[in-house]
Design a protein around this ligand. Structure first.
Ligand SMILES: [Zn+2]
Length: 225
């Protein structure tokens, strides 16, 4: 497949759709959707479906849920699991670039940690890919594969140094609908506006003088309980 096709990891967040929006015109997308038992999973999934309508889609795949032993708070391991599966899907579809919507803000150490982990994971994926072939000394690969050779998968994290506010600014600049994501840790009909994740995003919207896209529910949850 040509270079104008990329694999996008879309977890229903604003960064994923924004990442798609900044790709060159004509880019086509293989979309991989992480799966799991998180309370907000169905809401995030609904947002992914909304994103798909805006993408020039090659295919959309829901990843298998992670094994029970890596669910829970081990997010880094869960992210690694997602990336390994994404690399396998990229090879299957002959795509050489994976767009990953991670963003950790301006903390240089946090950015460096993500980059180091991505580098290590890329090496691991390449080594595993080499082992999948007939062997490193077997000469050029043969057979029906039209995609990149095993190990040629690049994991790209172009938004890694953005804060939530930066993502909103970029999304707004790209005319991405600002309610096309799920900011909440819960799975209620609309974001609660009060959980840690909602509060972070609310502050980010406020920093630009933009209204919270789900005001009615926010007001509802602001009532003393
Ligand atoms: Zn919330």
């Amino acid at each position: 497949m040509s270079d104008d096709c990329v694999l996008l990891i879309d977890d229903g967040r604003l960064a994923a759709l924004t990442l798609a929006a900044i790709q060159p015109t004509g880019t086509r997308f293989v979309v991989i959707e992480p799966n799991g038992t998180h309370p907000a999973q169905s809401r995030r999934s609904a947002m992914v479906q909304r994103h798909l309508d805006q993408l020039d889609l090659v295919t959309h795949e829901l990843l298998p849920p992670p094994p029970a032993q890596i669910t829970g708070p081990a997010y880094r391991l869960l992210d690694a699991y997602t990336l390994v599966l994404a690399a396998g899907a990229a090879r299957t579809h002959g795509v050489s670039r994976i767009l990953c919507p991670f963003h950790v803000g301006h903390d240089v150490e946090a950015i460096g940690e993500v980059v180091r982990q991505i580098d290590a994971l890329t090496d691991l994926i390449r080594d595993c890919g080499s082992n999948d072939e007939t062997g490193p000394s077997a000469g050029p690969p043969e057979g029906p594969s039209a995609g990149p050779a095993a190990g040629d998968v690049l994991i790209d994290v172009p938004l890694v140094d953005l804060t939530e506010a930066d993502v909103i600014k970029l999304a707004d600049d790209c005319d991405v609908p600002l309610d096309a994501f799920w900011p909440c840790e819960h799975g209620e009909p609309v974001p609660c506006g009060q959980c840690a994740s909602c509060r972070t995003w609310r502050e980010a919207f406020q920093s630009f003088g933009l209204p919270w896209p789900w005001p009615r529910q926010a007001a509802l949850h602001a009532q003393p309980s």
